[in-house]
Design a protein. Structure first.
Length: 216
């Protein structure tokens, strides 16, 4: 099985399925395609029907899009454990994942994932609304379930929100104590630490994702 990803410092969508595979120790080969390079499109054409990352290649099956890949991994390799056990929690978990996947665009635009940076950015009202929404979602899920993760056990939802945790750390975002503890748990997860170790070694710079002002 192969997972095609982009730059680890910047590619939030690549992190999501990579984290699910890594957390559950599912063997896979990592193929990195550097983004926004002269030959990026040519390299992605070898793997991706959309010319985007991530892409999962499992024998004769090719799956693209982070959420679709995570759902496939859960079904094919985890006996469904990528989602909560109860039907109601599975429904809410999928709602969390879908909202992250299709919404929160102001947060994602104002605060690009940048593992190497420690910065401040201007937060307009729309971005603050997205931040408060995420904070509230996290508090609600964490307060309703026993365990360290949004739905008790580690699920796809934690993978979908991992890049947001990274963003909150990069840009020093003030959130509730409950959510901050969740961010700290995510960022100290062994698989997340491995991702960060690789990201910090990368030298490439994508200018449009270098938002904000450095914190001294």
């Amino acid at each position: 099985m192969e997972l095609v990803i982009g730059n680890k410092n910047y590619s939030s969508w690549s992190l999501r399925p990579w984290l699910l595979l890594s957390h559950f120790d599912i063997p896979f080969d990592e193929i990195k395609v550097l983004l926004f390079e002269e030959n990026t499109h040519q390299h992605l054409a070898e793997y991706s029907p959309t010319f985007k990352v991530p892409v999962l290649i499992d024998n004769d099956i090719t799956v693209w899009d982070s959420l679709a890949i995570c759902e496939y991994i859960s079904e094919a390799y985890l006996k469904g454990k990528g989602l909560p056990e109860s039907q109601s929690d599975r429904a809410i978990c999928r709602s969390y994942c879908a909202e992250m996947h299709s919404g929160l665009e102001f947060l994602r635009t104002a605060m690009p994932m940048n593992c190497r940076a420690s910065r401040r950015v201007h937060l307009d009202d729309k971005t603050l609304k997205d931040i408060h929404r995420v904070d509230g979602m996290w508090q609600d899920a964490l307060n309703r379930h026993d365990g360290e993760w949004l739905f008790g056990e580690f699920t796809i939802a934690d993978c979908m929100f991992a890049p947001v945790a990274s963003r909150f750390a990069t840009y020093q975002i003030d959130i509730s104590d409950t959510s901050q503890q969740y961010v700290d748990r995510l960022l100290t997860l062994p698989s997340m630490r491995r991702w960060y170790e690789s990201a910090l070694k990368e030298k490439e710079v994508i200018g449009e994702d270098e938002a904000g002002t450095d914190i001294d």
